[in-house]
Design a protein around this ligand. Structure first.
Ligand SMILES: Nc1nc2c(ncn2[C@@H]2O[C@H](COP(=O)(O)OP(=O)(O)OP(=O)(O)O)[C@@H](O)[C@H]2O)c(=O)[nH]1
Ligand SMILES: [Mg+2]
Length: 450
């Protein structure tokens, strides 16, 4: 078995966990109490649950750690009884946050706590037959998610040569929660660039926009946007546990090969459907109802799948604000899930190939597409109107160049004045690391040029 260990780090990382694990639980027919359901997984079977779960006291528990230096995380996770699913030692919590300081998260003063984190990772690794890799969920904008995740990546060889993928919240274009975000993210990108195999990136501003304008969620919060991230991350990672012969990326290594190109390893994710019926608009509701009826009729002709496919290429469905227009696409994976036939998947792929406005790079080889026909898990807290099929696209293109340029510009504005640098140096960072990280960011930007 090729197991995967998932690390949720810092507030964002830990808060992204509940919904993601709900989806993994549902896929594996594990009840919320950790027991296997007597219901069988239908259609093409999933593998034994051991990719993401291991047995502990006769229950299936996540092969995963929740780590935050801030004790407040416990109360925010306690709200949904999610914590009960994790054995006590899978939860490693400190006594104070890293105060939005990468350096504090990276060079943490409590050696016992840092030792406990590494120890637990090692123990989880030892419980595996043959661990293939780690996936980190975090934000690189604060202190712990950026600093601690970077430290673990830096020392990743201690855990053997494995794949490391990250699902990372990175700075949004015009919205931030702290002035020093450009420092934290640039310093963290230095380590992602060196040690991660793939980093899927999201920005909160875009996710909130989707909640407001497409899903019509009233007062969206982190919990809401985390559900979108979880859906996308689930689609891309659940093939690791699928037996389906129609599955392009069964391992982390295969996923890496299918999406990364040297330093260009920041895939953009697009997800469809991301459209609910606007509850405030009765007329629209009626129109939507009509549309639904139409859709039912058109389903057999494959129109439904065309709608889903088309919307994947609309900017509004990207989980990071950017555009694919005029950008060169080098790699593209498509994950089909739910009530979709192989024929419909092929129709959708043909449609993509015929899209005139897509610009494929000269080294573009082929699409990787996968289909899992098991029904989509329905989760009670879902913000989505019910859907029985979805498509997730992960693409490697030049489109994220402007995102990284934006981080660089904001970094330069601060660093020119050496603003706040003493905070970082005071916690153990050498000043030279700022310019080294900035150089690496420049290389990342260059990497997007072709
Ligand atoms: N998507 C998402 N973003 C979050 C969440 N919580 C915080 N953030 C964002 O993450 C960034 C701050 O990172 P946090 O994860 O809160 O920080 P941390 O890693 O806990 O680090 P410290 O609090 O400094 O110790 C900001 O950009 C927040 O907007 C969450 O649950 N989901
Ligand atoms: Mg925090």
């Amino acid at each position: 078995m090729r197991e995967i260990i998932t690390l949720h780090i810092g507030q964002a990382g830990c808060q992204m966990a509940p919904y993601l694990w709900d989806l993994y639980y549902a896929d594996n027919m594990i009840n919320p109490n950790g027991e296997k359901s007597s219901r069988k997984v239908k259609e093409e079977e999933f593998l034994e649950s051991t990719v993401f779960f291991h047995e502990f006291e006769n229950k299936y528990v996540p092969r995963s750690l929740l780590i935050d230096y801030d004790p407040k995380i416990k109360s925010s996770l306690n709200n949904n009884q999610f914590l009960d699913l994790f054995p006590k030692d899978h939860l490693i919590i400190g006594s104070a946050s890293s105060s939005n300081n990468f350096s504090r998260g990276h060079y943490h003063s409590d050696n016992n706590l840092v030792g406990a984190i590494k120890d637990q990772i090692r123990k989880l690794t030892e419980k595996c037959d043959s661990v293939q890799g780690f996936q980190i969920f975090h934000s690189i904008n604060g202190g712990t998610g950026s600093g601690l995740a970077s430290m673990l990546l830096d020392e990743s060889n201690v855990f053997g040569k494995k794949n490391w993928n990250t699902f990372s919240i990175i700075p949004s274009e015009t919205f931030s929660t702290t002035t020093v975000e450009p420092y934290n993210s640039t310093l963290a990108l230095y380590f992602l660039d060196k040690f991660s195999d793939l980093s899927f990136v999201f920005d909160n501003q875009k996710l909130f926009k989707i909640c407001n304008e497409q899903l019509y969620v009233e007062n969206p919060n982190y919990d809401t946007i985390n559900q979108i991230i979880a859906r996308a991350a689930h689609s891309i990672t659940c093939p690791y546990q699928s037996n389906s012969s129609l599955n392009p990326t069964k391992t982390m290594e295969e996923l890496k090969k299918s999406l990364a190109i040297n330093q260009k390893k920041y895939p953009l994710i697009s997800f469809s459907p991301l459209s609910n019926i606007n509850p405030e608009n009765e007329i629209e509701k009626e129109i939507e109802k009509e549309k639904e009826n139409e859709k039912e009729k058109e389903k057999e002709k494959g129109k439904d799948i065309s709608d889903l496919t088309n919307s994947l290429f609309e900017m509004k469905n990207y989980l990071k604000s950017c555009s694919l227009k005029n950008e060169k696409i080098s790699k593209m994976n498509l994950y089909y899930r739910g009530n979709i036939s192989e024929k419909e998947m092929n129709t959708s792929l043909e449609l993509i190939k015929s899209m005139k406005n897509l610009n494929f790079a000269s080294d573009f080889e082929t699409f990787k597409s996968g289909l899992i026909t098991n029904s989509i898990p329905n989760i009670s807290s879902d913000i989505f109107d019910p859907f029985d099929k979805c498509i997730t696209m992960a693409s490697n293109s030049t489109s994220l160049k402007s995102t990284f340029k934006n981080i660089a510009t904001n970094f330069d504005t601060l660093y020119r004045k050496r603003a706040y640098v003493h905070w970082y140096v005071g916690e153990g960072l050498e000043e030279g690391q700022f310019s080294e990280a900035r150089e690496v960011l420049e290389q990342i930007i260059h990497g997007f040029e072709n």
